[in-house]
Every structure is written in C-alpha cells, then in structure tokens.
Design a protein around this ligand. Sequence first.
Ligand code: CP
Ligand code: NVA
Length: 307
Amino acid sequence: MKKDLLKLLDLSKEDIIKILNTADQLKYNQKHGIVHDYLKGKTLAMIFEKNSTRTRVSFEAGMFQLGGHALFLSGKESQIGRGEPVEDTARVLDRYCDGIMIRTFAQEEVENLARYTTIPIINGLTDFCHPCQVLADLMTVREHKAILEGLKMCYIGDGNNMANSLIVGGLKCGMEVSVACPEGYDPDQRVLDFAKSDPSYKFSLVRTPQEAAVGADVVFTDVWASMGQEQEKAIREKAFAGYQINEELMALTNPECMVQHCLPAHRGEEITAEVFEAHANEIFDEAENRLHAQKAVMYLLMGGEKA
Ligand code: CP
Ligand code: NVA
C-alpha cells in the first residue's frame, strides 16, 4: 500500500481486495464485540471544506472504535478559510497528528497535501473522486453477491466524482462497467483513458439509461448537481431529465439486481421513491459499510498492521 489514499487509480487490485478483506474482518469484530483498538493513542485530523454527514460521522466513530481520536476542522473556521496555504497547514498537522482526512474541491489540493506530509492523507471526496465511498460500495456488493468478478455494474447520471471512482474500482475488481451520461457530462478523461488502457476491461459509455441497464447486477446513481454546483441546478435538471432509476429501468436488469446510492438522495430526480424504498436495505448497508471500509483504510495506512 502507498502512504496515502488519494484516488483508486493509485491502488492495485490487490490493495483494494486487501482493504475489503480487512473491512470484513473489522465489521465482524465490531458486530461480535471483539476489541480492535489498533490505533490507540493516534489522532486523525479531518478537514471539511464541504458539507458531510456520513463521512464525518463514520471517520470519527471509526477512529474511536479503533482506540484513537478524530478531530474536526472546518475549512471556514480554521485558518484555511482565511487563506493559509494548504502546504503550511499540512506541515503543521504533520507534527501533531498521525493522519489527515480531507474533503475539498480540487483533487490537486489533496495531492499537494500528500507531497508536503509524512503522515497518510485520505481523500474524503473531491470534485474528481470519492474513493472511500466506492470502497464501501464494492464491499457492499461483494457482501450481497459473494463475488465482484464478472458482475455487471451500471451507473446512471452525472459523470462526476462517484462515476469516476466507480469506473476505476469496478474495472479493477473485474466487473463489467456500463455508464449512461448525457452528452457534456461524461466522466473525467483520465478515467476514460484508464478504462481503455487494458483490453481485459469491459467498459461502455452510452447515452441512454436503458442501454446501460440491460443485464445489470447492480445499478448506481448519484445526484444531478453535486456540492459546489448548486447554481447549475436548473440547467442540470433539464440535462438529466430521464436519467433516473425507476421501475421501468429496473425491469431491464438481471433478477435480484441491487441498487446503490451514496446518499444524500433526491427522490423524484435520479431515483424514484419506490425504487429507493424497495432497495433501502442495500442502500443503508452501503452507508454502514463506510464505517468498516474506512476503518480498514485507517488501520492499514496509520500503522495498525504493525500494532
Ligand atoms: N456519501 C457521502 O459521502 O455522504 P456525506 O456527504 O454525508 O459524507
Ligand atoms: N457527487 C456528490 C456526492 C456526495 C457524497 C457530491 O459531490 O456532492
């Protein structure tokens, strides 16, 4: 494993499987009351320049369960909000803490933070990707379907951070990945290049949700307007009309097809209330697995292996 978790592009298939296996074990320990305080005495700084519910709570609770401590730094309230360079903040936190989780806008900011620190940097979402979420997603699909290899993953909607990480994570784990985005909202070019980089990868980018959904074993979607795009809401509502997981779309998928949503969800936009509720169990398993997958990441990156 590398020092940091900045994006799934940096991880090998073996790294991903190791994280998923560790997450399964930590989930087992948690459910059975087996003490797993491998990060005793360690501190994680959490920098948030965007809103969060799941990421903040799962990292903070996870760090506590591992015997360590997590502290919340709001971008607005810390000196970052007053313009202190991220590389200075990084070098200070490096001396106080044992790891940094950051949620921000530019991927470059996270990459820069990693260059200036000796402690692990964990990407808690950028405009480019959401690696912790997709590790939890892969964990959830594997939990429900027993395997990942050979399954068909379908993603409907914006070619955003979630789409980018799902494509990379799904392909690396041997899944077939089919994405439906409206023109002008494609996934990042670096991700499309990655999808083309290996002839064994089964990837397609299509324009209709129906084409992407045929024969899917798991269907993903995400909001039409991500954090930071609030002013594009009206324009996006037009562009994404029809890019919705609904009962007609589910009829095209394989029997027992799962539905996953990173949350928060907008019922009536990217997913109907009916499909959301019919698959709520899988969706909230996915939310729960943020905790276990991130505990695995922290355990592996912050010295737990040596504990
Ligand atoms: N899925 C996710 O990252 O949720 P939060 O924005 O609540 O952290
Ligand atoms: N694409 C969404 C994901 C939220 C977890 C966003 O960036 O707002």
